[in-house]
Design a binder for this molecule. Structure first.
Ligand code: ZN
Ligand code: ZN
Length: 389
């Protein structure tokens, strides 16, 4: 089969101390400290074997995530720029859907011919975090496309327990390709859903909401907040293509944060726009916490919610008194597995409540995946069904 295959050399940086697990499994906890000379290409690979608890899917569509492009970039010393867990060589791609062509002998609930979307945080079910129901915090976490072969391929083998049927989406739209495309976008939509509703507790209809950053997760947050009854839905984004996508997904107002002289000026505008009520829910999908928290602190509604979804490094300036005084919360969120997130996102897609195709900015044949990786706004999908360039 054809697959986008990424190889790299295991060369821990000087001074980096390998953990026991890293040494025995060659699975890096911090990829940027270990993987050197990273390179990817579409090549022939064997069709994966379907184990007893797995299904073999013919991949219908796969989304390119920022991570997929980022891990191929190198710093000046030749190390991968991706700082998360990773193992090479590997077929990348962790946002995908497909049709089941084979089921392992222990698989009970899925059958050949089913269309499925696949969780990307592969939880073990046995560690302390999993036993508390916190699957995204699994201590033995694996990720397709990062720690074992993923979805930029014609076929992928995955455990049945990470698969969710897309039948309702097929029923609603009447065609399989739409179900594959939406199915590939459950993952980023689920990341937003997890933050907004599971970790953050959701928006009370009639509250005003702000989304910082209109990358794919931000666009999903906008779509979800729109359908859950945000009164004013305000977005901060500076890249023109993303501004347009934010509007398509339902933003009422989009502002360029660069147009403001200070955080106070942004906060004052939000208070004016909401007649002094403030913002009931902030979704931080930008990872620009140095700039966003000073704005949020001064524009919180009473009982407001701050949800941290974007990844950030370094120290965030938080004047916590603002949250305390307003009885407000800050919730951290990571991942999209478990907690009924996939079924609920599928139900929203299968009722037309959200249509994440609005954020698609490119459709590329698997052979042309590297072209698709150059697009930096919206979501680019890859499929062997799309015409070659
Ligand atoms: Zn991703
Ligand atoms: Zn676990």
């Amino acid at each position: 089969m054809r697959a986008f295959y990424v190889e790299a050399d295991f060369v821990p940086k000087e001074g980096y101390i390998l953990s026991e697990r890293e040494r025995s499994t060659q699975r890096a906890l911090r990829g940027n400290s270990i993987w050197k000379n990273i390179r990817g290409a579409v090549v022939d690979r064997p069709v994966p074997e379907c184990k007893d608890d797995q299904v073999l899917v013919k991949v219908g569509a796969a989304g390119i995530c920022g991570t997929d492009a980022h891990l191929l970039r190198q710093d000046e010393d030749g190390y991968s720029k991706y700082d998360g867990h990773s193992k090479y060589p590997i077929i990348t791609g962790h946002e995908f859907s497909g049709k089941i062509v084979e089921v392992g002998k222990n698989v009970k609930k899925l059958k050949v011919g089913d269309l499925v979307g696949i969780e990307s945080m592969h939880w073990c079910g046995e560690c302390d975090a999993c036993r508390r129901g916190m699957f995204n915090q699994c201590k033995e976490l694996e990720e397709p496309g990062l720690t074992y072969d993923g979805g930029f391929a014609e076929y992928a083998a995955v455990k049945a327990k990470y698969c969710y049927p897309l039948n309702d989406i097929v029923d609603y739209y009447g065609d399989e390709m739409t179900a594959f495309e939406l199915g590939a976008m459950i993952e980023p939509t689920g990341v937003a859903y997890n933050g907004l509703f599971v970790r953050g507790g959701g928006l009370r209809p009639g509250g005003h909401a702000v989304v910082f950053g209109a990358g794919p997760i931000g666009l999903a947050a906008i779509s979800l907040l729109k359908t859950s009854g945000a009164a004013k839905l305000i977005v901060f984004e500076s890249i023109p293509e993303r501004v347009e996508l934010a509007k398509q997904c339902g933003a009422d107002y989009v502002f360029n944060p660069m147009d403001f002289k200070s955080a106070d000026e942004q906060a004052d505008m939000l208070m004016d726009m909401t007649k002094g009520v403030g913002i009931s829910l902030f979704a931080e999908c930008a990872g620009a916490t140095k700039f966003t928290y000073p704005v949020m602190g001064k524009a919180l509604a009473i009982g407001g919610k701050t949800i941290q979804i974007g990844h950030t490094l370094g120290i965030t300036p938080v004047d916590i008194f603002n949250w305390q005084w307003n009885a407000a919360t800050i919730s951290g969120s990571n991942g999209q597995s478990g907690q009924g997130i996939y079924p609920d996102v599928i139900a929203l897609m299968a009722s037309g409540r959200i249509d994440m195709r609005k954020m698609v900015t490119g459709r590329y044949n698997l052979e042309d995946i590297e072209e698709g990786m150059k697009i930096t706004a919206g979501k680019v999908l890859v499929s062997t069904e799309y015409p070659k360039r």
